[in-house]
Design a protein. Structure first.
Length: 606
């Protein structure tokens, strides 16, 4: 006779919003002794994790903003009383906080956590607070600052000077600012200031969350070095050149590669027991950092290492759980202790879009309308009511793109004498215009828009028999391949050489300004004539088109999305959508992402 006992589980009717993984966790909860109420809490917690929240708010404005259910006091009490839930009080901020408990769920101050998320958030609170407490500020004197700023005391540089002055001696420093505010140049001067007087063996490591952002950082550092040395009125003294050489600019690294990510699971080779060999670490595009990735980075850093986080907190939040930069900015803003500096002044010569970005950042409807009018033909709004009007707009976009190609000679075979140099120029030409989509799925999503644009272009230039490749085709790498040095987000351009052979060219670095790959040997990739706003982070284009979804857009429309899309443009923007959707995005902010900021402030105060 079988020793197994089978027992029917209660019927679980999943909400329509749930994903497969949300339902799977709910069923797991039932199978491990939870009741239907706890199973629903688990499913919604997984769903909240997918929305970027580190915890499920059981009541309040955040739950409403995120489209999550609000739980009654009786339901909350029942969930908290489950044997599968650890109840943790606000006063438990050290080793007694329950992180060693084996329960799969945690409840703390109205937030229902998956155990993994709570453990990561708690570890991040502990490490951030220790770094802030260990700060030993060593401000640079004015003579050194004058050297680094070429003797320029322009008031518009005051916050840059403050950042460079305050960074030395701090174990954690956050530098924020929008596009064109001089973040990279400031970071370069900060590093020089920190290396000034430091030991000869001090090592600097630069990284970013994505391969594309890492390459952009290295490129910006190279350009910044040259600008410092070749300054027109007071070039950087040659005494500083050896320190410039110690700042890497030819080996861009993703954070996952820097930390030694494992191909299996979410573990890193570098951690507290095997720390990273680095004295100063700079992470650019820190708005992309989720709580888990920043916790892993802090775990891997030696206690004496300095960490500089650089980013724009007004951009879209990470795909993963939590928004570490936003929470850090909120926590440090209450301290007023010099651990964070915000750059606000834009230095781009063509700054007609700056008032628009400021209005979007502040959610100011009146200022937005005034900035839109003042920008004139730099901004356009094109009615987009349904799929048919979208198709018409995409065809027009493709026609304009083809016209641009013809005017700059992008489709001509590469010059035999310097194909790599010609490819670099063509890659810059291809970045002149880019279509961004709020959504990824559906007929308003990026893949569908790319397909329509590509079909229209093919009707004009033709396709080689039996091949999907043609001169002008743009693709984006969708998976890191460290073996060939191509990373998720890298954009390649298909071009013909003098003999008519096709190759896909990507930006290079150092002595190789561009690299060519046979189309059939590329890592996993997708079309890039249209991409999502999320994937555009870290890039700049002269002209941006933004496709807003038709119908009920839900939480996809937000102020952060609008700001991120608009801040990709250097000169002009076309919006395809309705005024109603534009105003909806301006008025809606993404919901909060947990209790990280509050817990940091509370722990420091305690």
């Amino acid at each position: 006779m079988s020793g197994y006992r089978f027992q029917a589980m209660p019927e679980l009717r999943p909400p329509s919003a749930w994903r497969a993984i949300d339902l799977a966790l709910a069923r797991w909860t039932l199978a491990h002794g939870g009741d239907l109420l706890l199973a629903h809490a688990a499913g919604w917690a997984a769903h909240a994790d997918g929305l970027g929240l580190t915890a499920l708010p059981l009541s309040g404005a955040v739950a409403a903003e995120a489209g999550l259910p609000e739980w009654s006091p009786a339901e909350i009490a029942a969930v908290r009383s489950s044997a599968l839930v650890a109840e943790i009080g606000s006063e438990d901020e050290d080793g007694s906080d329950g992180t060693s408990s084996s329960t799969p769920f945690v409840h703390r101050e109205g937030l229902f956590y998956l155990r993994r998320n709570y453990r990561q958030e708690t570890e991040l609170v502990r490490r951030v607070c220790r770094r802030l407490a260990d700060a030993e500020p060593q401000p640079l004197d004015e003579a050194v600052l004058d050297d680094l700023f070429h003797g320029d005391h322009d008031p518009r540089l005051s916050m840059q000077r403050q950042a460079v002055r305050e960074a030395p001696g701090r174990a954690l420093f956050v530098l924020t600012g929008g596009p064109g505010t001089g973040k990279t140049t400031t970071v370069l001067r900060m590093l020089l200031g920190m290396l000034h007087g430091a030991e000869a063996g001090t090592t600097v490591r630069l990284a970013a969350p994505t391969g594309k952002a890492a390459q952009r950082l290295a490129q910006a550092i190279r350009q910044g070095k040259q600008a410092l040395i070749a300054h027109p009125t007071r070039p950087l003294s040659s005494d500083w050149w050896p320190l410039l050489d110690r700042i890497p600019d030819d080996a861009p690294s993703t954070l996952h590669r820097l930390l030694g990510a494992s191909a299996r699971g979410n573990r890193f080779r570098h951690r507290a027991s095997a720390p990273l060999a680095a004295d100063i670490v700079v992470v650019d595009e820190a708005s992309m950092l989720d709580v888990g990735l920043l916790a892993g980075l802090l775990d891997a850093l030696p206690d004496a290492a300095r960490l500089i986080l650089v980013g724009d907190p007004d951009q879209l939040t990470p795909v993963g759980g939590g928004s570490a930069l936003i929470d850090l900015v909120a926590a440090l803003g209450r301290r007023q202790s010099g651990d964070r500096v915000e750059l606000r002044h834009g230095f781009r010569a063509d700054d007609a879009l700056q008032p628009l970005l400021a209005a979007v950042r502040d959610g100011d409807g009146a200022a937005f309308a005034a900035a839109w009018t003042a920008a004139g033909d730099r901004l356009g709004l094109h009615a987009l009511e349904d799929a048919r009007s979208l198709a018409v707009s995409l065809d027009r976009w493709a026609d304009a793109l083809h016209g641009h190609w013809r005017s700059v000679g992008l489709l001509a075979p590469l010059d035999r004498s310097d194909p790599a140099g010609a490819a670099v120029e063509r890659l810059a030409m291809a970045r002149e215009r880019q279509l961004l989509c709020v959504l990824r799925e559906g007929e308003f999503g990026a893949p569908a828009c790319h397909a329509r644009i590509e079909a229209r272009l093919l009707a004009r230039i033709g396709r080689r028999e039996g091949s999907p490749w043609f001169p002008g085709r743009q693709v984006m790498i969708s998976r890191n391949d460290y073996g060939v040095g191509l990373f998720n987000g890298d954009v390649g351009l298909c071009l013909a050489d003098a003999e008519g052979r096709l190759g896909v060219w990507f930006e290079g670095s150092g002595t190789a300004p561009a690299r060519c790959f046979p189309p059939d040997l590329l890592p996993s990739h997708e079309g890039a004539f249209a991409t999502t706003v999320h994937k555009s982070q870290g890039s700049e284009y002269r002209h941006v088109g933004l496709v807003l979804p038709s119908g009920e857009a839900g939480p996809a429309l937000s102020r952060q999305m609008l700001y991120t899309a608009f801040s990709r443009a250097r000169r002009s923007i076309d919006v395809f959508g309705t005024p109603e959707h534009l105003h909806t995005a301006l008025a809606r902010t993404l919901p909060g992402h947990g209790a990280l900021a509050r817990r940091i402030v509370a722990r420091l105060a305690g």
